[in-house]
Design a protein. Structure first.
Length: 330
């Protein structure tokens, strides 16, 4: 019988006539491009706390990845409709323990994120207002279900997808993949005696391992979202060999995640995509929309063998099914 086709192989079938070989059938991918819009703290820049990205499928499905602290809550005018929210792990800079009140407050190095979103989180506030699904792995779905219910949302909108499984939402196939990091829930997200006990002990609640994601869009584009991770064997064995990721969103911030040299190794030697979007730099990476020399972002750009796209807040990048940036990239 036939081995399961890789995602990259499926992507090459875009626009082709439907093929049937025995029990295996592959339909051509839809036409159109995927839009990627960074939602950072300062317009037109890549700043220290920027995490959030919105992906829009050609069919209109909109996916928010790691809302963090730089989305100004559910009423942020940049958000628009959100159908699905992805959360790589429970750290405050990803799930959102605080947020900006509006863009361009504070500096690119130190944005003003003084609006508290505890104990519910920025993610929950957005999910409830937008009636969006939250799709996570590990033990995170139960945590988010309880939070949704507590804030008047629908607990069933918290959905599970673990390693090796797949959920299709709005025509986009989504799975989680391993990430090497930590994933404790801070006591500040909890209430009652348990929160006090954990705080006194100096520990957080466990919700299982952190994750990355692989998304397969309706035009055949396969995107790997690394989450916060170190180097893993799965980046070659699973992300490249099985799913065939063509576009990568790669964390480069060092100390807490892969640094620029390690991230470049992941891109050049393990995943080998066609293009990469830098992420999680933990620095004011740009000035006037241009990468500042001497930064981690500049080092990563110079080490990587494929095009590196810098996520400038509010500037939409457009990618076809082959991961070519057709608009919005320098």
């Amino acid at each position: 019988m036939f081995d399961r086709l890789s995602r990259r192989a499926l992507g090459t079938m875009a626009g082709s006539v439907c093929l049937t070989i025995g029990l295996v059938a592959g339909a051509g991918a839809a036409e159109g491009d995927v839009k990627v819009t960074p939602l950072g703290s300062h317009d037109g820049e890549f700043c220290s706390r920027d995490r959030a990205l919105v992906f829009e499928d050609p069919n209109g499905t909109r996916i928010l990845y790691d809302a963090g602290r730089t989305v100004a809550g559910p009423d942020d005018p940049r958000l628009g409709d959100i159908d699905v929210i992805l959360v790589s792990h429970m750290h405050g800079d990803h799930v959102g323990d605080a947020r900006i009140a509006k863009t361009n407050s504070g500096t690119c190095a130190a944005p003003d994120t003084s609006v508290s979103t505890l104990p519910q989180s920025n993610t929950i506030d957005i999910a409830v207002k937008k009636q969006a699904k939250i799709l996570t792995g590990s033990e995170m779905p139960a945590f988010f279900a309880a939070k949704l219910s507590a804030e008047g949302g629908d607990a069933s909108n918290s959905m599970l997808v673990r390693f090796g499984a797949e959920q299709e939402l709005g025509g986009v196939a989504i799975t989680t993949v391993p990430a090497v990091h930590s994933n404790g829930v801070s006591p500040s997200f909890l209430t009652g005696p348990l929160a006090e006990y954990l705080k006194a002990a100096g520990v957080g609640a466990s919700v299982g391992p952190p994750t990355g994601y692989v998304l397969t869009f309706s035009n055949g584009l396969v995107v790997y979202l690394s989450g916060d991770t170190g180097i893993t064997a799965e980046q070659e064995l699973v992300v490249k060999d099985h799913y065939g990721a063509e576009l990568v969103v790669m964390n480069i911030g060092d100390t807490y995640t892969t640094g620029p040299k390690e991230a470049a190794y992941v891109i050049n030697e393990l995943v080998e995509p066609k293009a990469v979007i830098a992420s999680h730099a933990n620095e004011p990476a740009t000035d006037g929309g241009k990468v500042r020399e001497g930064t981690r972002t500049a080092q990563f750009r110079d080490l990587v063998k494929v095009p590196v796209h810098v996520p400038l807040s509010g500037r939409t990048m457009v990618f076809n099914g082959d991961a070519d940036c057709t608009q919005g990239c320098d």
